[in-house]
Ligand binder design. Structure first.
Ligand code: SF4
Length: 393
């Protein structure tokens, strides 16, 4: 008999708002414009203060002649108390009030719920959030025993074009600002608090978009979210997921960023991988795995290798043997994830017994792995699926 999930894992509902008209989507960017240093359209939505780190707020306020204490108060109200309007707090003293009023729009959270859907088991809740310029992005909250994990987006759409991904199928729209990334976490944190549940514990940047192509905004958002005066996420509980953007991985290694990294491989040869992930043509496996090795040596973290199991495409014993050989000598852990079906990709998920065989071969090669459950199929939990369904229906 199926066991009921623990009560604390269930995810509360928030009020829903009417769904607006989604903006049209431009085509994908070509594969050769994927470097994080290259210029792509900038965000037009502005959420001024929730996207500024505490040190930045202090610098701006002291430059305007205020004491740094007011910056600390504002940061706390925004990120610890999650106040959409800090002016409503009696803690905002007259100098801070005058400063906020003069600057305007300071505390706006900047996202509305366009649509919201919960899985039948109550463990996964997916939000389609509308930004101030009308773009919609997805945020997912997943309940596990005694803890919750949020999955947030870093771009509206995505340029990387992975064939099995609904976001890749829709193309790139724009980068999110640091404030828009933070706002997604505020949204789920508010939902948890409204239901009297524990604060968020884990964060994964695995929603819409390639985080390392929006490097600066992502790192600013994580600095804010890991600040002990705010949401206070532990850096080791924040996972950045990349399709394998080598310059971004090398930059993380150079800057010794404290966040675990998940790298999507999905193919054990360049040809196999590129057929699923066009980025594989830009950054071949040897180059990518070299960067991963550097990252593990510089940061002391292991690499999480993401492997979407697709029947007949990358799930045989031969594939597992090759993967084991590729990862030899690289501190890593493989996450095996059965494919989430999407409209424009005809592949199907690997059967359970074949997935277990794949895992056994990896184990024999000395590579640890976890066979992940598919979560939230009934809420279109694969990234981009809810937005796709919403904009095409
Ligand atoms: S899997 Fe990630 S990187 Fe690939 S298209 Fe989807 S969102 Fe972009």
């Amino acid at each position: 008999m199926a066991q009921s999930p623990p009560v604390e894992s269930r995810i509360p509902a928030l009020p829903t708002f009417s769904l607006g008209t989604a903006a049209g989507l431009p085509p994908r960017f070509p594969v050769d414009r994927m470097s994080p240093s290259e210029t792509t359209p900038q965000a037009t939505a502005v959420i001024p203060w929730i996207g500024v780190a505490r040190a930045g707020l202090e610098a701006r306020m002291t430059a305007d002649g205020l004491s740094a204490t007011h910056a600390q108060t504002l940061f706390r109200l925004l990120h610890r108390e999650l106040m959409p309007d800090p002016l409503a707090s009696p803690d905002a003293l007259p100098p801070l009030r005058r400063w906020l009023e003069a600057r305007g729009e300071g505390g706006r959270r900047g996202v509305d719920v366009a649509s919201e859907i919960a899985s039948a088991d109550g463990l996964t809740r997916k939000y389609l959030l509308r930004l101030s310029d009308g773009q919609t992005i997805e945020t997912v909250l997943m309940g596990f025993t005694g803890r919750h994990t949020a999955c947030v987006s870093t771009q509206a759409g995505c340029a990387m074009g992975c064939v099995f991904c609904a976001t890749g199928q829709m193309g790139f729209v724009r980068h999110l600002t640091a404030g828009e990334i933070v706002a997604q976490v505020h949204h789920v944190q508010s939902a948890l608090r409204a239901a009297g549940q524990r604060d968020l514990r884990n964060l994964v940047l695995m929603g819409m978009g390639e985080p390392l192509n929006n490097y600066d905004a992502v790192m600013t958002a994580l600095e804010i979210l890991c600040d002990t005066c705010g949401v206070n996420l532990g850096p080791s509980r924040v996972t950045i997921s990349t399709v394998g953007v080598v310059p971004g991985i090398r930059r993380m290694a150079r800057e010794r960023r404290p966040y675990p990294l998940a790298v999507s491989l999905h193919g054990s040869t360049d040809e196999e991988r590129s057929a699923l992930i066009p980025a594989g043509r830009r950054w071949p496996l040897t180059e990518l795995l070299d960067a991963c090795r550097d990252y593990t040596e510089s940061t002391g973290h292991l690499i999480f290798v993401e492997w979407t199991l697709i029947a007949g495409r990358n799930d045989t014993e031969e594939h597992a043997t090759r993967l084991g050989a590729l990862l030899r000598g690289i501190p890593s852990h493989v996450n095996l994830i059965p494919l989430n079906p999407t409209q424009a990709f005809e592949g199907t998920a690997t059967a359970r017994d074949a997935a277990q065989t794949f895992q056994r071969v990896l184990r024999e090669a000395g590579i640890p792995s976890t066979l992940r459950q598919r979560r939230g199929i009934d809420v279109a939990a694969g990234c981009g699926q809810l937005r796709s369904q919403t904009t095409t229906s």
